[in-house]
Design a protein around this ligand. Structure first.
Ligand code: UD1
Length: 431
């Protein structure tokens, strides 16, 4: 099994360009099945999760072809299979988007239960309630099975502004008869991007990015060419990397508006940030870092997907910081790994109290999930000695060429395999 090996080196310095957003690419790829036509998607991130989605598509008789590393042609004209039940579906959370897309296209769907990162209970009851409100009969025995004679628009109030439920209901509702209104909708950039993509295929979705989304059903959709937005969380991860290594990094090809809550917290912690049209420069050089309080919230709040990376930074800032995780009920599992490196963190329910230490110390830690894996790399950049990170597959799911990017910025990081007697350097993070 591969590991990452990280050694504290020089402060990071240079530029990094951000890939397409994972959490936009996954629903958009699946949403393309709604149009019974050909879709070309640009800026698709080259990560394990997008590859997984294409594998599932192939089992549904969809023609999927990479025109280049980041451009995908999806031809679903001859698709008849409406049952997504393979290993890949059970591996990832976002496979739940097949429910909405298949229901919207065929009026019925059979999809295996989704997997994904484990941050406690991750139910899909809000998705199901939404589908039922649109007229679907849903059964959740060994597989999720849905059928609707006629999908009808409905008014749906979400108990929580769930990203997955908002997008999934949009996918089914674009082809329903009449108008659907989603109240307390999620406002994340990937929700807006999915709505824009649906509109590019002829859907009528208004209000994405606000609390209320209105979807007027259309009978037919058509093919489209669409470029996916940059990844907010990948960009945020490199921002923290610049700060924790006391370096200076310019992050290009991002949307600064999407980064505001992350920039605000880093500034509050004493990090210097400058920004232009599609770039942000983060400097941790000669900064007096201050302890900070962070509370994760749905967008435009501080993203839960940046919580572990921020925790790595706070763990080396002198004084007492506090992290309140309000989105997921169990997203502090990785804290035990940071503690192995010498971090002083006490977790009580949704709250983590961090007493900053002078130095972390490298040791073997595991990536307990995707963003926790990124946090281990960040901690390793600041730690004395060598940090080995196992369960690298989690990181491969969501970060394109991360080892190469960090090496380009001057980090001492390699991917190693301990299959043989010698640690073998593997140049690319190929999946
Ligand atoms: C998506 C993202 C994930 C991110 C999360 C929050 C994808 C593929 N994943 O996950 O990276 O961390 O948004 O920004 O885009 N909930 C319910 N019932 C439901 C649905 C959700 O109780 O039916 C709860 C969840 O358990 C959680 C909260 O709502 O506590 C937020 O979940 P949600 O926004 O749906 O996250 P995901 O779509 O799973």
């Amino acid at each position: 099994m591969d590991k990452l090996m990280v050694r504290r080196g020089n402060p990071l310095h240079g530029e990094v360009s951000i890939s397409g957003s994972k959490n936009a690419a996954l629903p958009i790829m699946i949403a393309s099945l709604l149009c019974e036509d050909v879709v070309t998607l640009e800026n698709v991130p080259d990560i394990a999760d997008t590859k997984n989605i294409t594998r599932i598509m192939k089992t549904l008789d969809v023609d999927v072809e990479y025109l280049d590393e980041h451009t995908l042609r999806i031809d679903s004209r001859h698709m008849t299979n409406r049952c997504a039940d393979c290993e890949e579906v059970r591996k990832m959370r976002a496979s739940y988007y097949y429910l909405g897309a298949l229901l919207g296209r065929f009026g019925s769907a059979r999809v295996a239960f989704p997997g994904g990162c484990n941050f406690g209970v991750r139910p899909i009851d809000l998705h199901i309630k939404g589908f039922e409100a649109l007229g679907a009969v849903v059964s959740t025995q060994s597989i999720i099975e849905m059928k609707a004679d006629n999908l009808m628009g409905a008014r749906i109030f979400l108990d929580f502004a769930s990203v997955g439920a908002t997008i999934n209901i949009m996918l089914a509702a674009v082809k329903a008869r009449g108008t659907t209104v989603i109240e307390n909708a999620a406002k994340e950039p990937h929700v807006v991007d999915t709505a824009s993509f649906l509109n590019s295929m002829g859907a009528d979705v208004k209000g994405a990015g606000t609390d209320t989304i209105r979807i007027r059903g259309v009978r037919k959709m058509h093919g489209s060419s669409y470029a996916i937005i940059p990844d907010q969380i990948e960009a945020g991860t490199y921002m923290v990397a610049a700060a924790i290594s006391e370096g200076e990094v310019t992050i290009r090809n991002l949307i600064p508006r999407h980064m505001e809550s992350i920039s605000a917290k880093l500034r509050e912690a004493g990090v210097r940030i400058a920004q232009g049209g599609d770039w942000i420069t983060v400097s941790g050089r000669d900064c007096r870092l201050r302890p900070t309080k962070v509370k994760t919230m749905p967008y435009p709040g501080f993203p839960t997907d940046m919580q572990p990376q921020m925790m790595a930074l706070l763990s080396i800032i002198q004084g007492t910081s506090m992290v309140n995780e309000s989105v997921f009920d169990d997203r502090f599992r990785y804290v035990e790994e940071l503690k192995k490196m010498g971090a002083h963190i006490d977790v009580e329910g949704h709250i983590a109290i961090v007493e900053g230490v002078d130095r972390l110390v490298g040791t073997e830690v595991q990536a307990t999930d995707l963003r926790a894996g990124a946090a281990m790399i960040l901690a390793g950049l600041a730690a004395e000695g060598t940090t080995y990170i196992t369960n690298v597959e989690y990181i491969d799911r969501g970060y394109e060429s991360m080892v190469e990017h960090f090496r380009d910025l001057g980090a001492d990081i390699s991917r190693v395999s301990d299959d043989g007697p010698d640690l073998k350097l593997i140049k690319s993070v190929a999946v």
